[in-house]
Design a protein around this ligand. Sequence first.
Ligand SMILES: C[S@@+](CC[C@H](N)C(=O)[O-])C[C@H]1O[C@@H](n2cnc3c(N)ncnc32)[C@H](O)[C@@H]1O
Length: 399
Amino acid sequence: MEKPTLPATKRKHGEDRGFVIPKKKRTEESAGSGGSADQPQATTESTDEITKVQTANQDGLATAVANHYNQLENTGVRDRIKSPIFYLRNFNNWVKSMLIGEFVHRLADESVTGHRPTVLDMGCGKGGDMLKWKKAEIRHLICVDIAETSVEQCRGRYRDMKQRNERERHPQPLFSAEFIAADCTRVRIQEQFRSPEMRVDLVSVQFALHYGFESLQQAERMLENVSDRLRPGGYFIATVPDGHAIMARLQRAGGRQFGNDLFKVRLREPERRPPALFGAQYDFFLEGVVDCPEFLVFLPLLEKLCKKYDMDLVYKKRFNEMFSTYKTTQDGKMLLNKMQALEAYPPQHGAELLAEEEEYNHARAAAEHERCVGTMSRAEWQACSLYMALAFKKAKPAR
Ligand SMILES: C[S@@+](CC[C@H](N)C(=O)[O-])C[C@H]1O[C@@H](n2cnc3c(N)ncnc32)[C@H](O)[C@@H]1O
């Protein structure tokens, strides 16, 4: 499995750029305009209140998951820089950017209407993908999450972005947005949409699908929510831990848990082999970010369930494959650097490595022929290589 090392890019005057933290503020790309009649109009009006849907029988682990994410602090850049998973988080964000970019482009290439896409972000969290949606020049965004506080923060992020956009010298129309706090595994979320009949072109479920695999009914409700308003020819994209990879690592570790200093996975019912298809619970701990029960997702089962809702698997890449696929593309290379997705090895300009030197043996070998490479520590890489990026396409109705 390829570990992420990439030669650092050179500045024009020949100095190594490395992967150091840039002082310049990230510039936001402007959204375009235009659209078609069946699409909601991009609006500059202020957003509605958050729609909150209480689930009568919110049993199982939903409350624990919602409480966990509600309590998570919205850390500033300064804290994130100090975090031992700084590059891992950035790398995961880079993967999401690549996935979103890939399918927004495919939609544009395949679109007959030519309108800017409408997106449903399920399990949107605090709006970590908001800038990506702006960059993708989407038309409308529906954000849904079970954690009410996160949805509030997500809306706040959107409002800030909108205000910044309006202060720009030549403001471009920003996508319109709506916000819903609901359990996507238990309620029909489309009933809460501003226009319940509206269709979306893209459904994005980033690092959240596995919470739906507590039971068959919940997984089905979640996927029904994904598919219900998805336009035929539209895409469902997701990033999710690979159940098979988790089981393989557990087997190798010879026990009920595996991990390292940064993350741990502990299976609840180790004696059960093979594990249950639904409700196969494990505790996932990721340094300072996640400490939460999750459920194994096995791709063949997910594929079968998606098929039931007319969605066919068209794309599957483990995160290491995402790296090899996009590291040399123009956007991929530029964003690896801009998003600080990789750490410079050896460290540049007096910086310190985030982990111990022996965590970078792979990078040392790669750096023999380069003055500096971009990489991640072994521990970070072990964590992110558990994940896969997926895309399903909604079937067009048979004529
Ligand atoms: C790891 S976070 C990912 C957040 C965001 N998608 C991102 O990539 O930054 C997982 C999110 O899924 C949400 N979630 C978990 N179970 C959910 C459910 N049943 N319905 C809706 N959202 C859920 C959590 O509240 C949390 O915000």
